[in-house]
Design a protein around this ligand. Structure first.
Ligand code: ARG
Length: 612
């Protein structure tokens, strides 16, 4: 018997595999190729297993399909399956099954009958990870938004996530910064004063670094002082460390402002954290015979074409430079060991731009070969494409500068505000033309609050809705529109669904899931069944996200729910439904639709507003 908590697609796939095994033996129990139907007249799911099996068995695909059907028992889930075309098996969910699933969703408003995983994992999500004293740029913004959504989804499914900010808080830039600080504002190093005094004195840290670097390039004395300072930092000289801490704190204050606005929770564990472990990692690689000397440096060579350069020569992974310094790769290897060892992670996902793909492939290969990575643990790079301007070139502000993230969020907020004001003005004009009272005006506070919330949501959604592996064209004009595939539209659609539910439940006197759940669902019009079926797909959409880590799949799901809801609402009166049963059934569909939208938007990191 199907449990209601099951993911329907996975359940049917298991049943088909069982039937394939019974019909043709163990060797035939392969991928059942079960997918959502490509056309409604094919039912809800289609199974293409017969084609592949037919080649193997040398039996006509239609006959293979017939033999599978003979053994297939899905009567608790589907109507009688049918064979179509050359040998597709079409599966249509039965109304009884749909009814039972919907009732379970109705009874569980918080989780909509999506169970937590019985065998949860510990997942490290390594995301955001900007570099201290350098700009947090649009690439870091993408990583922050995508990583947060993935963490939210995994957490909802019951996994324990460790959200790590692998900040670039170590490296030669600190030698320059500290030396510059000692020369320009030595007073900051004396006291343990509040960071805001330092912030006021230093101003823009990125600009401060630019000046330090210019001095480094121009002044040989400064240069040698800065290099000596790096050594002091590594040795743990207290003065140098204090200066380093101050600089990191100043960056943190700026990063935190962005995280607060985006509602992001992260634990900072920067590169410096792994310093004590770097030497041992290199020793381990040497002992395993993987690391060798090359021109004074210590390197690891990997087999395989992907680790060869354009000239066909192997690309070594450098783990220690000839001057004894360690590298980005060494730190990442130490991090794999720490995260799988101390944090006991079984899965580590790294959310960075696609430009770092080779780096991660190398790290993963070395970690596996050196057995730094336990057998059962997995490492996954979650790459994303570049952020481009509307012209397809590198994203810049109008003045041609690299955009500051805070200014970018401000602009989204201001543009949303303009859209909201424009719409309010249109509505007022319309009312005046019709001789009606002017609609109530929003208070300044409310307008400001809504613009911020919707503006942030617009930036998030515009990013998440694209397949992350492609480049993404950043367009303020498109993302803030109240129409189309945008956050403002989706948020508005949610408010509407919620409003329809509220009005209808007040008008009918039916409230809450207890009363609604008492009645079975009736599907009088095709739009009702179509809406029900998309709502039912929630568990399998989430399973797909858990596996593939592609947030746009969730955006598409949300969009599909809103459009099916609109079609339903156009065709199916709720308050004025023909019978009390139909009224209840439709009202319950409104409630589940609103709850599902709210849940999915929450997983995308987008709050819902009751009114827009
Ligand atoms: N700080 C790096 C950058 O800005 C990203 C770090 C990603 N995480 C990692 N474990 N390497 O490109």
């Amino acid at each position: 018997m199907a449990t209601l908590a099951d993911d329907t697609r996975a359940l049917l796939a298991r049943r088909v595999v069982d039937a394939m095994r019974t019909a043709f033996g163990d060797s035939a129990a392969q991928d059942p190729k079960l997918t959502p139907a490509t056309r409604p007249d094919f039912g809800d799911y289609q199974c293409n297993a017969a084609m592949a099996l037919s080649k193997k068995l040398r039996v006509r695909p239609r006959d293979v399909a017939a033999s599978i059907l003979n053994e297939l028992d899905v009567s608790d889930v589907c109507d009688q399956p049918s064979i179509a075309g050359p040998g597709f098996i079409n599966l249509t969910l039965s109304d009884t099954f749909v009814n039972a699933k919907l009732a379970a969703m109705l009874a569980d408003r918080a989780r909509l009958a999506v169970p937590k995983r019985p065998d949860p994992s510990r997942v490290v999500v390594d995301f955001s990870s900007p570099n201290i004293a350098k700009d947090m740029h649009v690439g870091h913004l993408r990583s922050t938004i995508i990583g947060d959504t993935l963490a939210r989804i995994l957490e909802f499914l019951g996994h324990t996530t460790i959200r790590l900010n692998h900040t670039g808080d170590w490296g030669t830039q600190f030698g320059q910064l500290i030396t510059y600080m000692k020369s320009e504002c030595p007073e900051l190093l004396q006291e343990n004063g509040p960071t805001d005094t330092a912030a006021a004195r230093i101003g823009d840290l990125v600009e401060f670094y630019r000046m330090a670097k210019a001095r480094f390039d121009a002044d040989p004395d400064f240069k040698s002082a800065a290099l000596a300072e790096v050594v002091q930092l590594q040795k743990g000289n207290p003065d140098t460390r204090r200066a380093w801490n101050l600089i990191c704190d100043l960056s943190r204050i700026e990063f935190q402002k962005i995280y607060d606005r985006l509602d992001i929770r992260l634990t900072e564990r920067g590169e410096s954290f792994y310093n004590p472990f770097l030497k041992d990692i290199v020793t381990l690689l040497e002992e395993k015979g993987l690391a060798v000397e090359s021109d004074g440096a210590t390197v690891v060579f990997l087999e395989g074409n992907k680790f060869k350069g354009r000239d066909g020569k192997p690309l070594p992974v450098i783990v220690r430079k000839s001057d004894g310094g360690f590298l980005y790769a060494t730190t990442d290897l130490a991090a794999v060991k720490y995260r799988t060892g101390v944090d006991e992670a079984d899965r580590i996902v790294y959310v960075t731009d696609v430009g770092q793909s080779l780096h991660f492939q190398q790290i993963f290969a070395v970690a596996r070969k050196a057995e730094i990575l336990p057998e059962q643990a997995s490492l996954e790079h979650v790459p994303f494409g570049l952020v481009q301007g509307e012209d397809g070139k590198k994203f810049k502000t109008r003045s041609g500068a690299v955009p500051k993230l805070s200014e970018l969020l401000d602009e989204a907020r201001d543009r949303v505000r303009a859209e909201l004001e424009k719409r309010a003005a249109d509505e007022a004009a319309q009312a005046a033309a019709n001789g009606e009272d002017a609609p109530e005006r929003r208070s300044e506070d409310e307008l400001a609050r809504m613009s911020e919330v919707i503006g942030i949501a617009a930036v998030k959604y515009a990013d998440l809705k694209n397949n992350r592996t492609s480049n993404y064209k950043f367009s303020f004009d498109k993302m803030v529109k109240l129409e189309g595939d945008t956050a403002p539209y989706i948020m508005y659609a949610f408010a509407r669904v919620q409003g329809i539910y509220r009005t209808a439940s007040a008008a009918t006197g039916l409230q809450g899931n207890a009363e609604l759940g008492a009645v079975g669902f009736t599907f009088e019009k095709p739009e009702e069944r179509a809406l029900a079926k998309i709502l039912l797909r929630l568990p399998e959409v989430l399973s797909e996200l858990e596996r593939d880590l592609l947030p746009h799949v969730l955006c598409e799901y949300v969009k599909n729910i809103t459009s099916r809801f609109n079609q339903f609402y156009e065709q199916c009166p709720v308050v004025h439904a023909e019978t009390p049963e139909l009224q209840k059934s439709r009202l319950a569909l409104c409630q589940i639709s609103a709850d599902t939208l709210q849940l999915c938007l929450g997983l995308l990191g987008i709050p819902t507003l009751q009114q827009i």
